[in-house]
Design a protein around this ligand. Structure first.
Ligand SMILES: Nc1nc2c(ncn2[C@@H]2O[C@H](COP(=O)(O)OP(=O)(O)OP(=O)(O)O)[C@@H](O)[C@H]2O)c(=O)[nH]1
Ligand SMILES: [Mg+2]
Length: 443
């Protein structure tokens, strides 16, 4: 019989006594576990002298702790839970918590714990073998990606609204690569990408999920396609998107966390923040190993928003939910499913129903503005506008026109909504507005 001494932190149930037990004794048969001379020395001692030979043993064990020691002796060595098991346990716990004033502190702590564990796991998997991602060259005024379960009709929709010819099949995973198509609508050139379908577990690498979701991280808009036969797919897709550090249809909260070297956590607020108490902020920071920081909150946030800000790696992207294959169900069932998934649009890619409405929705959601260019001494070209994203500056406009323009820029003259008076002389940082006429002067 061999006796092995294994250090351990505490025995379950020591809460209340405050007593820490520093060693457990496990009995094995066979000599293979004896590795060090220290262990061999311990083995030569009778059991009652073992305790006194441990320098940091408590003087006396409580009955509860003694029982726990006995249980450990007789039971087999406990299987170590992995970080993913722990994450799953905590996520289950989190889903059972209803966020309100009394639960926000606990909710925030559980969420912060999940965040830390995921960070560790991601750092570990980043060290593993690298998979090759999709190489997609962005073109046009914006890039839109079709996301959905396999066979939800992504390729059918791409073929119906763009010039692409992506293979369509009645079997799953017909598309295995990224296939681009070009949609020309209201003078805008919009690149639409068809990608392989994603399934549950995509964000943690199932199928080519991670690569697909990384294409989404660089897109300007997500078209989420669910079909009338599998409306439940929406929750799965949303969860995968969420797990890959994307935030759909959410505005980045105006919160600044500046890490410092001393003085602890200092919180400043310009708004009332009923969903997140200061002590919860401090507890989350502690859990996420932020010990000294200045936090400035300018929008009301909850614990999830705050953790997203501390994690720093979130991408905020707009999305449209489209319910496809409307031809397969009757009107009543269609409105039931549309309510269930909160669909922005119902279509049939196969029967080409509501396709103009999709184009309009894409154009609107991309939040484009039209800018007319003018040459000095000539009339503005009001024919074909330059398509820009809302809140673009003259700098963005120069970059879009020519890569040298911002370097050679002297000033611009602007007519329209963003100018205080017609022909106002403005510089690169100026934000232009829809239908402005801009004349750029270069060196
Ligand atoms: N009835 C009906 N069938 C459709 C519709 N859209 C697509 N389908 C059919 O659904 C099947 C899958 O269509 P695809 O366009 O290949 O679907 P996908 O999402 O690209 O599939 P993967 O490439 O495998 O991810 C094909 O048999 C299509 O004909 C629709 O609006 N109505
Ligand atoms: Mg396809």
């Amino acid at each position: 019989m061999i006796l092995t001494v294994v250090p351990f932190h505490s025995l379950g149930g020591n809460g209340g006594t405050g007593r820490i037990v520093v060693a457990e004794f496990v009995i094995y048969t066979g000599a293979d576990r004896v590795k060090t001379s220290k262990q061999k020395n311990l083995l030569s001692k009778p059991l009652n002298t073992l305790f006194s030979s441990c320098s940091i043993m408590p003087k006396k064990l409580s009955k509860k702790a003694q029982n726990a020691v006995n249980n450990k002796i007789t039971s087999a060595p406990k299987k170590k839970t992995s970080n993913w098991d722990r994450i799953q346990e905590l996520e289950k716990e989190l889903s059972a918590i209803k966020y309100n004033k009394s639960t926000q502190h606990h909710y925030g702590l559980v969420r912060a714990k999940i965040s830390e564990l995921k960070k560790k796991e991601e750092a570990r998997s980043a060290k593993g073998p690298k998979t090759t991602g999709y190489s997609v060259k962005k073109s046009g005024d914006a890039t839109v990606i079709l996301v959905g379960f396999p066979s939800s009709g992504k390729s059918s929709l791409l073929n119906a609204i763009t010039n692409a010819n992506s293979p369509v099949g009645a079997y799953e995973f017909t598309t295995l690569d990224v296939i681009p198509g070009l949609l020309e609508y209201k003078d805008a050139k919009i690149q639409i990408l068809d990608v392989p379908g994603i399934v549950q577990g995509a964000a943690s690498g199932r199928g080519r999920g991670r690569e697909v979701l990384s294409v989404l991280q660089n897109a300007d808009l997500a078209l989420i396609l669910v079909d009338t036969l599998r409306p439940n797919a929406l929750n799965v897709i949303k969860k995968e998107i969420q797990d890959s550090h994307l935030r759909l249809n959410k505005i980045r909260p105006d919160v600044k966390v500046t890490k410092k070297s001393k003085n602890g956590i200092r919180i400043g607020k310009t708004v009332h923040c009923p969903k997140l108490a200061d002590e919860t902020i401090i507890a989350i920071c502690k859990q996420m190993r932020v010990n000294n920081a200045e936090i400035l909150i300018r929008t009301p946030i909850d614990a999830d928003d705050f953790i997203d800000i501390v994690e720093k790696n979130k991408i905020y992207i707009p999305g449209i939910t489209i319910l496809n294959k409307m031809d397969l169900v009757d009107e009543n069932r269609l409105s039931e499913i549309a309510d269930e998934v909160d669909a922005d649009l119902c279509i049939s890619a196969q029967d080409k129903i509501n396709l103009e409405a999709i184009k309009e929705a894409i154009f609107d959601k991309l939040d484009f503005i039209r800018i007319y260019c003018k040459e000095s001494g000539k009339k503005a070209d009001m024919g074909i506008p330059l398509i820009m994203k809302r809140n673009s500056t003259i700098h963005n406009m120069c970059d879009k026109l020519h890569r040298d323009f911002s370097k050679r820029f002297r000033f611009a003259r602007v007519w329209g909504k963003s100018a205080k008076f017609p022909g106002q002389r403005l510089m690169l940082h100026h934000t232009i507005k829809d239908k402005d006429v801009v004349e750029i002067h270069l060196r």
